[in-house]
Design a protein around this ligand. Sequence first.
Ligand code: RP5
Length: 163
Amino acid sequence: MSTPFVAMICGSRSDLPTLEDGGKVLDELQVPHEIRVISAHRAPELLDTYLTQATERGARVFVCAAGLAAHLAGAVAARSPWPVIGVPMPGGIAEGLDALLATVQMPKGVPVATVGVGRADNAAILAAQILSTGDDALAKRIRAYRAAQTQKILDDPTNQATT
Ligand code: RP5
């Protein structure tokens, strides 16, 4: 049986640094993943081929980052039974609000779980959480990740001050 992994796709090379931030979170959580740059509009056939092949290889959650018309996540959700997380990218005439609305407003029956504008890091955590429903070791790593971020706040010097 193939190892489940997160397939991360962005619509343009200009989206890549943001998506790579999500990849770093998945590295930290030791979640297998890969990144592709495939525009739903400029290379629809490549997107079809990739989705088929990635699913055969074990892709079980898709993270899709796109800006402007931002149809990538919806195009993937239309073709895949596996969960799709959309990352609206900043920019455009409404500074990312346009991409947010394009990503989140899916028709009934074809959901895309949408995170905040540019929040590929949160998309990565959510993807890991989805995979962790069938992976106790991963669930433990996510709990540790969350505990570490809480500890960082507790350790912040501003919270150590006494009056
Ligand atoms: C979208 O348009 C991409 O996802 C990107 O966020 C935006 C700009 O793309 P480029 O014109 O820089 O390739 O399709």
